[in-house]
Design a binder for this molecule. Structure first.
Ligand code: NAP
Length: 317
């Protein structure tokens, strides 16, 4: 099989010919059709934000494809079944990957393999932030601060389907157009100097999903309704806030790391995503696609400004 490998933190990603993987009795072997690319994949390769890896490292947590082999002790899966992985044992940027049964979920017939490769991290993150951390309810107003990327677009689809009013931000014209197409009720450019005034004029928010807390958190708090909740999903540094903005509103700021989700939560999240895909509102948007040999370029692209959906790798090309 072909696999992308890094030999050390900060290494250039190389396409290598490797021996085919074989599942042990407790594993599944997946023939990967598409791998999703997320910012965390780049942190792991770089070794930043406290991430480490064992080497050679094949990047990628999210994959979709068909089951090639089912370990003797594994129940509930069949060879040939369409599935996606939310985490793997061997890395998603390869033509084959190994996974535990807990990492593998059935892929709705409504979704392509490319779309399936966007569920494991972006959609699960958005679902956990909205419904497990913020306990978001129908008719509440949700600000998705950084909505043009993988997590943000997923959050728009999930929040709208739950009956919320959605304010969403992007940093490019293409991103803003996409947010409107996705049904956001209020759309604002987060690079505009007046963007907080525009959000304030739109009215108070009950929940903020924050993708860049180090820039925005202090200014998010005055936007909150009484009982408001901010979920910090992304942050790339420290930030100053005025705690009185929280006191006045009985509001709170909470962190969210998908890695903290236990098996019970993950099963709940992925069952909801399967139902959402079958109902038609879970519809990942593919912004850019790359071949396996271009994984390095995909990692560069996911960190560039001007997001408009998910970035995927077609692993068989
Ligand atoms: P992505 O696809 O690269 O999207 C990044 C988003 O951040 C885009 O919508 C981008 O908008 C937006 N952004 C850029 N500048 C901003 C600003 N000043 N204010 C608000 N938003 C801004 O990444 P993603 O997969 O959606 O992930 C978003 C963040 O969450 C990343 O930092 C990622 O590491 C993190 N994350 C955390 C978890 C967790 O478990 N906590 C899980 C997944 C992801 P434009 O490009 O349009 O400017």
């Amino acid at each position: 099989m072909k696999a992308i490998q890094a030999q050390h933190h900060g290494d250039q990603l190389q396409l290598n010919q490797c021996p085919d993987l074989v599942a042990n009795d407790d594993q599944l072997l997946i023939a990967v059709e598409a791998a999703g690319v997320n910012p965390v994949d780049t942190y792991i390769v770089a070794g930043t934000n406290n991430y480490t890896a064992s080497f050679p490292h094949t990047p990628g947590k999210d994959a979709a494809g068909t089951i090639r082999q089912v370990g003797a002790n594994v129940k509930g899966f069949a060879v040939g079944q369409r599935v996606y992985c939310a985490g793997t044992l061997s890395g998603a940027s390869a033509q084959l990957c190994l996974a535990t049964p807990q990492q593998v979920f059935p892929l709705s017939d409504n979704l392509s393999f490319e779309q399936g490769a966007c569920l494991g991290t972006p959609y699960a993150t958005a679902w956990r932030a909205l419904f497990i951390r913020a306990h978001c309810q129908a008719a509440e107003t949700v600000l998705i601060h950084g909505a043009s990327g993988g997590v943000g677009l997923a959050a728009i689809q999930l929040a709208k389907a739950a009956g919320c009013v959605v304010y969403a931000t992007a940093g490019s014209e293409a991103g803003l157009t996409l947010l409107k197409q996705q049904g956001a009720d209020v759309v604002v450019n987060h690079h505009e100097p007046q963007h907080y005034q525009q959000l304030q004029q739109a009215g108070p928010v009950d929940v903020v999903l924050e993708m860049l807390a180090n820039q925005n958190l202090g200014d998010d708090l005055p936007l909150l309704n009484k009982g408001g909740r901010v979920v910090v999903i992304g942050s790339r540094g420290p930030v100053e806030i005025n705690p009185r903005d929280l006191m006045a509103r009985d509001a709170c700021v909470m962190g969210m790391a998908l890695a903290n989700a236990d098996g019970v939560q993950l099963n709940k999240i992925h069952a909801a995503l399967y139902a959402g895909a079958n109902a038609g509102f879970v519809q990942p948007v593919i912004a850019k696609r790359f071949n396996l040999a271009e994984t390095g370029a995909a990692h560069t692209a996911v960190m560039q400004a001007g997001a408009s959906g998910n970035i995927v790798i077609n692993t068989q090309q």
